[in-house]
Design a protein around this ligand. Structure first.
Ligand code: ATP
Ligand code: MG
Length: 287
């Protein structure tokens, strides 16, 4: 059974005004336990609006959000539970760091869950490890951390709530290449160790290709593709029409094909690409 499901979700902003926007137009999808899902799509396509429905931050105009098969809007308690079960990390989450130490900041979420001091301490330690924060950083002020560390401290705060689903809205936005790589690694590592479902928004097809099991493509408030990364990135023409791209390595293969190399067009993994290139080169040498 899917851990999370949306059925015919619609959401309209500024209803009844001249600025009315249909941000979601009947969106249905299910998210399986343990999978990593990358959400891609042009700016304004409805990615954040969709994700904010998944833990009840936004209420749908119509349609349902189901966590483990139950409608999260069934009662006040079920919405509250959805906020704990589905952890949400906003874009630029480090803007919300405010405590005097990193440790206190990471502990903020679990504290609201009425857990024992011991449990909170253990969760902070574990989340800091997942986020790649050295223990000595915990007593520092969050404002004394580097940009990448701040981002990871903010993500650790959500991890410490041990949500079944972790949502990250553009977790690599504005970081340098090293900071981006660290975030992508921690997503992979956290998923592997905890088995949590992770849904993240990205504008980088390479990031999506690196970690995602599935890729969900949004356009104009609708889901236009939702499939394995391999299948989605084989639709390079459709993605181009949506002003999206494909991973760098796929792009290279498309260009080489145009130059007469017989290479598969659905490759986005560098190791598989290497093998495919070697085969193509050998074939050329033998011709
Ligand atoms: N609070 C709001 N009030 C009114 N309109 C909004 C609001 N939030 C989003 N919108 C509009 O709804 C549509 C979908 O926005 P959304 O933020 O979900 O897109 P997105 O895919 O996350 O875009 P981006 O890549 O820029 O983050 C856009 O047209 C946006 O202008
Ligand atoms: Mg957004």
């Amino acid at each position: 059974m899917a851990i999370l499901e949306v059925k015919n979700l619609t959401h309209t902003y500024s209803e009844g005004s001249p600025f009315r926007i249909d941000a979601l137009k009947g969106v249905s999808a299910s998210f399986e336990k343990g999978e990593i899902i990358a959400v891609i799509g042009h700016t304004g396509s409805g990615k954040s609006t969709l994700l904010m429905h998944l833990n009840g931050l936004l209420k749908p105009n119509s349609g349902e959000v189901l966590y483990e098969g139950k409608n999260i809007w069934e009662s006040k308690i079920s919405v509250k539970n959805a906020r704990f079960n589905v952890g949400f990390c906003f874009q630029y989450p480090e803007h919300q760091l405010f405590e005097s130490t990193v440790e206190k900041d990471i502990a903020f979420g679990p504290k609201n869950m009425n857990l024992s001091q011991e449990e909170i301490k253990a969760r902070v330690k574990e989340a800091a490890e997942y986020a790649g924060l050295k223990p000595e950083l915990l007593q520092k002020s969050p404002f004394d951390l580097s940009g990448g560390e701040k981002r990871r401290a903010a993500i650790a705060g959500v991890m410490a709530m041990k949500p079944g689903v972790l949502i990250l809205d553009e977790p690599t936005a504005g970081l340098d290449p090293k900071g981006k790589t660290e975030i992508i690694q921690l997503i992979k590592n956290y998923n592997r160790h905890t088995g949590s479902t992770i849904i993240f928004v990205t504008h980088s097809m390479d990031d999506a290709a690196l970690v995602a099991d599935k890729v969900l493509v949004m356009s104009g408030g609708e889901i236009v593709m939702y499939d394995t990364a391999k299948r989605v990135f084989s639709h390079n023409k459709e993605l181009e029409e949506l002003a999206l791209s494909v991973p760098e390595i796929t792009n290279l293969f498309i260009k080489l094909n145009k130059k007469g190399f017989d290479l598969p067009l659905n490759v986005f993994d560098v190791n598989i690409a290497k093998d495919a290139l070697l085969i193509a080169l050998r074939r050329r040498a033998n011709d």
